[in-house]
Ligand binder design. Structure first.
Ligand SMILES: Cc1cc2nc3c(=O)[nH]c(=O)nc-3n(C[C@H](O)[C@H](O)[C@H](O)COP(=O)(O)OP(=O)(O)OC[C@H]3O[C@@H](n4cnc5c(N)ncnc54)[C@H](O)[C@@H]3O)c2cc1C
Length: 389
């Protein structure tokens, strides 16, 4: 476990926390460890993330910084546009849910994990772009287009405007009123991407380094290769993370896990009771059969899919008969990584991710199978973190 930062001043200034990731990716491409890096850069605004495959320093630098509204489809992008990394060596920045989806696709032989270098970023949650804009106006009284940066720290969502104004509102307050992080992120227990090759974040960076360096944990041999390559090229400086920082990072992770378990209990309770099936089917009755939930799912790839076309139910029938939803649940829940994309894409606001995650956790209890668990990490992920009071 180290603190690291870029040596290049431009990368340091443009990186989120010292530019370690950008510098590591540049070295990986320049030293021919990988053919390119699948990254996310800002599109029209800070609420918009555009995935792209960068093969030069100039392109990699364009992605420096963190985008908190960008969605989670890197597994699907690797599968559909980079030929599942069959013959291309790909470095990819990934939140824990991205990394878990990549691993699930690897297990299904859709991605060649040997060619994928996962540079994980810690994640305390992301926000839905449209809702985030609405929230900035309503709670901060700021034009969403004037926001230069937003950040979650110490239980508050902090917003900095282009003209230097700084405002913050507690996450609890935002989430009580239906804003803040995506509902699936509120339920997420995986904040540190321990299943990736490197796990990078600002948690645990204390003292003079706070905000200027990244805490990086090496999880695998591939992660070590990435750091060693960047160090040997003189692109990064590393020093051992202090005990105080390591303890703080664990503590923050423990707090987030505890919050996630509370959110899980509260959100799943909406489907409790003797009338649980009526509640479920009332939601499914809203369905217009568009199949967006299946199109966006990062672990669904089949061509003659069980849930597509006329396999289970006729495409023209509305609402689709319950068998469609039951098949979808059976098909996707075992490997669900709780990325929330199905719910985000649903035009009629069915809480699909909540329902799928609820079924997934029930299956997990019964089978012990944890989606997105890596070969290097044989312990069920949910048992790694000791929850702290
Ligand atoms: C959505 C999000 C939430 C985060 N939450 C936390 C947190 O709660 N606690 C914590 O300790 N750290 C968190 N981080 C990590 C932290 O913000 C920094 O990314 C990390 O410290 C690395 O800093 P850096 O200067 O080395 O990165 P940089 O050199 O600036 O590189 C950042 C890289 O991240 C990639 N990236 C940006 N947005 C996304 C995205 N949405 N999905 C995938 N890749 C992306 C870019 O492609 C870029 O290559 C979060 C990051 C993201 C993206």
């Amino acid at each position: 476990m180290h603190y690291g930062r870029a040596t290049d001043q431009f990368i340091q200034d443009h990186g989120e926390c010292g530019g370690l990731i950008t510098a590591v990716l540049v070295s990986a491409v320049e030293q021919n460890v990988v053919d390119g890096a699948l990254l996310v850069k800002q599109g029209e605004s800070i609420y918009d993330g555009v995935p792209f495959f960068a093969t030069s320093k100039e392109e990699i630098v364009q992605a420096a910084g963190s985008l908190h509204c960008a969605p989670t489809l890197s597994a699907k992008v690797i599968k559909n546009y980079l030929d599942g990394a069959r013959d291309t060596r790909v470095a990819v920045t990934c939140k824990p849910c991205d990394a878990r989806a990549i691993i699930e696709m690897g297990k299904r032989n859709q991605i060649n994990l040997d060619n994928v270098y996962m540079v994980g970023v810690n994640c305390g949650g992301t926000m839905s772009p449209v809702q985030a804009r609405e929230m900035i106006l309503k709670f901060y009284d700021i034009d969403p287009d004037d926001v230069a940066k937003e950040e979650i720290a110490k239980g508050k969502l902090m917003v900095l405007t282009k003209d230097g104004q700084h405002k913050e509102v507690s996450i609890d307050e935002l989430e009580e009123q239906g804003y803040g992080r995506r509902k699936n992120c509120q339920r997420c227990e995986y904040n540190i991407p321990r299943m990736a090759d490197l796990a990078c974040g600002n948690w645990g960076v204390v003292g003079d380094d706070a905000g200027k360096a990244t805490f990086v944990e090496v999880r695998t041999e591939k992660g070590k290769t990435l750091l060693d390559t960047a160090s040997a090229a003189g692109a990064i400086t590393l020093k051992d993370a202090p005990q105080e920082g390591i303890a703080l990072r664990e503590k923050l992770d423990g707090i987030m896990v505890k919050m996630a378990r509370k959110a899980m209990a509260a959100q799943f309770a909406e489907f409790d009771g003797d009338d649980k099936f009526q509640k479920l089917f009332a939601q499914f009755d809203k369905c217009i059969g568009c199949r967006s939930c299946i199109e966006v799912c990062p672990i669904c790839f089949c061509l003659d899919c069980l849930t597509k076309e006329d396999f289970v139910v006729s495409k023209g029938e509305l609402p689709p008969e319950p068998m469609f939803h039951l098949s979808r649940l059976m098909h996707q829940s075992a490997g669900c990584v709780n990325c929330g994309q199905c719910q985000e894409a649903c035009p009629v606001n069915i809480p699909l991710s909540t329902i799928t995650h609820m079924v997934q956790t029930a299956e997990q209890k019964a089978t012990g199978y944890v989606p997105g668990q890596s070969a290097e990490d044989p312990i069920p992920l949910s048992e790694i973190v000791e929850v702290q009071e």
